[in-house]
Design a protein around this ligand. Structure first.
Ligand SMILES: [Zn+2]
Length: 253
């Protein structure tokens, strides 16, 4: 055991405190860095998204540039935002919604030492469901407790997977509890509002009208409709998808 357990910090030589004239002792920058790294390890971001950050977001299309600007500005402003107001990132598969959500979480956790959790919607529901199996490892309360109380929750792929009344009840409980405590939720979802005649399911179909209304109360909507995606679909299916809305991004906050 050396005198300075963390000799790599040249500023404080591992003491994690520095002296500043006129102020006295204050925390060294390395203390906050370590705290952020610990929180990041605990945040549950899957391996495949571990490296996602704003700098490596491939957003060349105007709509994606705008989405990145909104999410990045949100990260900068945090916590000076409307209390409890999160983001709902909606758009088709593969446009980078998860990448943006993880980039936001990364900024908040590493730079601002905010506690946060990342959950894939289906994984969370599976974990809750597993609590009722014969060889359950944890109780529902143990699973829900951190999800309800973490400062920032990223819930990825909202509405994906098979929906049952039971599923809706659990997810509504979590989101209502966070809403009541004004805790931030960052959602991503592939489900948009229903396009007339398109025959696709909407977010309301997937999670119910009450929960959908609640989301709109607690989130700014960032809707991404990537131009390249629309062109791809049109070419693949040789049909017109109504009036072109390519590149549209609405920010209804
Ligand atoms: Zn230091």
């Amino acid at each position: 055991m050396t005198e300075y357990p963390n000799e790599e910090c040249p500023v404080c030589r591992g003491m994690e405190w520095v002296h500043q004239a006129g102020i006295g002792a204050k925390r060294c920058q390395c203390y906050f860095q370590k705290q952020g790294q610990r929180l990041w390890k605990e945040s549950g971001v899957p391996e495949r998204y571990q490296k996602c950050c704003f700098d490596n977001f491939d957003g060349l299309k105007p709509s994606l540039v705008k989405a990145k600007q909104i999410v990045s500005a949100y990260a900068q402003a945090y916590p000076v935002i409307e209390p409890g107001m999160g983001l709902l990132l909606v758009g088709p598969c593969g446009v980078g919604k998860t990448h943006l959500a993880v980039s936001l979480l990364r900024e908040l956790v590493l730079k601002k030492q905010v506690s946060g959790l990342f959950y894939d919607y289906r994984d969370l529901l599976q974990q809750i469901q597993d609590c009722f199996s014969d060889n359950a490892q944890s109780t529902v309360l143990e699973v829900l407790e951190p999800v309800i109380h973490t400062e920032v929750l990223v819930l990825d792929e909202l509405g994906a997977g098979k929906t049952t009344a039971w599923v809706q009840e659990k997810i509504t409980h979590i989101i209502n509890a966070r809403y009541n405590e004004k805790r931030i939720c960052i959602f991503t979802s592939n489900y948009l509002e229903k396009t007339p005649g398109a025959g696709e399911e909407s977010l309301t179909d997937r999670i119910g009208v009450r929960l959908r209304s609640r989301l709109y109360e607690m989130c700014r909507l960032v809707e991404i409709q990537a131009e390249d995606y629309r062109i791809h679909i049109k070419q693949a299916q040789y049909r017109t998808i109504g009036p072109s809305k390519g590149g549209r991004l609405t920010d209804t906050g």
